[in-house]
Design a protein around this ligand. Structure first.
Ligand code: FMN
Length: 383
């Protein structure tokens, strides 16, 4: 099963990706994360991508990681121009964003907004798949206003030879509320002609294991569509598609070390620690030395991000903004640090910020030694 790092605009730019790959993955970036997806680039009408737009995906900014650039648009012609520029950098695969729920994007019939206009969606994909000489995958929601829209949308997707179809089974108006619609994902498993990737609300190894145990039957698939080892699927549509990848976004932001829990699950099999959930819901392993090591890694990761953002941005405010945004997720790792987190959100200087961030991490560390475990937040998949 492949693990992908989801694109998160404003957060998972190249600085975050490099720090994640170097420090969290301990230089095993490519091995642990099969693909990182870039936050979307939105080409202008009839325009080539500027150096500024390309900066995040420049190969020199993404050494040692497998990056898939993502494009957002509603005109096939503009996407094709974007693809030319991306190809010129040496990339062989791009991803199309048909899931962004943001009001300004949707108003332009882009992202999840295009899902409501099925003729336009079909024409858009036709133009791209007719001409693009590069692998093209799609990342989609299941509809704009209602999950039932997905029946027609999937019929359209089935006309095109996608590298893979990544499904975040929510509708646009959900934004990030409600639960992923697993019935609709099952419908895709039964009816998609394209290889699938599941995305949405995975924040623990246990949730990951639930998904792969239910849907993961596509090991050793190759891009020509042959898969000698593919297990038969017990779904109603027969043996058409399967899920051989899972994409995780906020789960990695909340707990960067989650990748090790998941890779431990993959490497050691699901029976370890059975009865408690494959690897439990806790962030930290049971022995203290692992906890110490994990907290040290988080400390190093945080320090690297802070230093790199300071180098890249001018003035304290944008750096503070960037780091505080991160804590909106990472704060979940330190559930007992509510007061410190509140102070951190109000910090007005980097000096104050740094002091508080270090205190949160160190206090979390002390607590983890005392309590042995740090609970990870629960999500919809827990229920
Ligand atoms: C702050 C933020 C920024 C995002 N930016 C993008 C983006 O640029 N492109 C995209 O396809 N999805 C984007 N997403 C959606 C995520 O990639 C992902 O589909 C979604 O968060 C569900 O997965 P998760 O529950 O694992 O986070 C964004 C989500 C958030 C919360």
């Amino acid at each position: 099963m492949n693990i992908y790092f989801a694109p998160l605009e404003g957060i998972t730019g190249y600085i975050y990706r490099n720090a994640y790959s170097d420090i969290i993955c301990r230089d095993r970036g490519k091995e642990l994360i099969s693909k990182f997806f870039s936050p979307f680039i939105s080409p202008g009408v009839n325009q080539r991508l500027s150096r500024k737009e390309l900066r995040d995906i420049l190969p020199e900014n993404n050494r040692g990681i497998r990056l898939i650039p993502q494009l957002l648009g509603c005109r096939g012609e503009d996407i094709l121009l974007g693809i030319e520029d991306i190809k010129a950098l040496g990339y062989t695969e791009v991803n199309l964003n048909l899931g962004c729920p943001s009001g300004t994007v949707v108003a332009k019939k882009k992202g999840a907004g295009l899902l409501a206009y099925t003729d336009a969606l079909d024409e858009f994909l036709y133009k791209i798949y007719e001409k693009a000489d590069i692998k093209v995958s799609v990342k989609t929601r299941i509809g704009k206003n209602s999950p039932e829209e997905f029946f027609e949308i999937l019929d359209i997707y089935n006309k095109y030879p996608m590298e893979e179809l990544i499904i975040h089974p929510r509708i646009q108006t959900d934004f990030y509320k409600n639960k992923p619609d697993m019935e609709m994902f099952q419908y895709a498993v039964s009816h998609s002609k394209n290889r699938l990737c599941y995305n949405g609300d995975i924040t623990s190894a246990e949730e990951y294991s639930q998904i792969i145990e239910k849907y993961g039957n596509g090991e050793n698939y190759d891009s020509l569509g042959k898969n000698e080892n593919k297990k038969s699927c017990d779904c109603e549509g027969g043996d058409k598609s399967f899920t051989d990848a899972v994409m995780i976004g906020r789960g990695f932001l909340k707990n960067p070390m989650l990748i090790h829990k998941i890779s431990g699950y993959i490497e050691n099999g699901k029976n370890k620690n059975e009865g408690e959930g494959a690897y439990g819901n806790s962030y930290i392993n049971d022995n203290v030395s692992t906890e110490t090591q994990d907290i040290d890694t988080i400390k190093e990761f945080h320090g690297r991000l802070l230093e790199e953002y300071k180098k890249e941005m001018s003035g304290e405010r944008p750096v503070l903004f960037k780091m505080k945004e991160l804590w909106a997720y990472m704060g979940d790792m330190f559930p007992g640090s509510g007061k410190l987190l509140k102070k951190l959100r109000k910090a007005v200087s980097l000096k104050e910020y740094k002091m508080l961030a270090e205190e949160i991490i160190n206090t979390g560390y002390t607590k983890s030694i005392n309590s042995e475990r740090l609970p990870c937040s629960k999500t919809s998949l827990d229920t």
